[in-house]
Design a protein around this ligand. Sequence first.
Ligand code: SAH
Length: 239
Amino acid sequence: MNWFDALNKVRIILCRPSHPGNVGSVARAMKNMGLKKLYLIQPKDFPSHISDANAAGALDILQNAVVTDSLDLGLEGTVFAVGTSCRRRSLTPEKLTCRDAIGRVAREFYGEGDVALVFGNERNGLSIEELGKCHVLATIPSSDAYSSLNLSHAVQIFCYEIFQLKNTLGRQPFLEKNFGHHEDVELCLRKFENVMKGSGFLKPGAEGKVMERLQRLFRRTRIEKEEIDILLGFLKTIR
Ligand code: SAH
């Protein structure tokens, strides 16, 4: 694993960004720190000359950005997703500081699949649904009086922490596991939901909470490919 390959495993995903200026500044923040893969989920205004102006020397990042309709599509092929927020919430994935979360990202460099850093909309942050698709929740420590950073500033700090990993490359604990990709985990969850509805276990209207818990369980355990296959095989035998 060389440094270039490691950086290429990292996706920066912006959910519903509303200000084109921020999107451009994010591209610049990424390029300054050697990152390339930008994903935009339902951007309000893209492409835009305002993004281009803010990107300055990082136009290539904008030109190669992947634009999609759903976070699920943006997460396809990833094995680990870091949700980011300045807010405390109740039912969340494990909470970490920005630095500790990036330490976890480092362990993924040796595995198979990409890693995602997921950022929320400027006004509302990440929705509960978006956060539910992440494995950990990372926060940049900041003032209680005003804890919310500008979107591109938050991205800059996460990207900077990733850049600092360069000095430790090759010294991270090895994670030699075949984790399920995002789309496989989602498929397994949907099959569970269908079977539980069919059996009458899930009552109409009660799906939300149960499925939220199940998805937390799946993401917390970092379910592996072979384990998903066993569960899918089992679910198939139930009518
Ligand atoms: N008002 C929104 C703030 C959104 S700021 C809210 O209450 O959630 C836009 C995005 O920048 C956030 O969704 C998050 O992804 C990132 N961000 C801002 N401040 C942050 C912080 N202190 N720690 C981690 N991420 C932060």
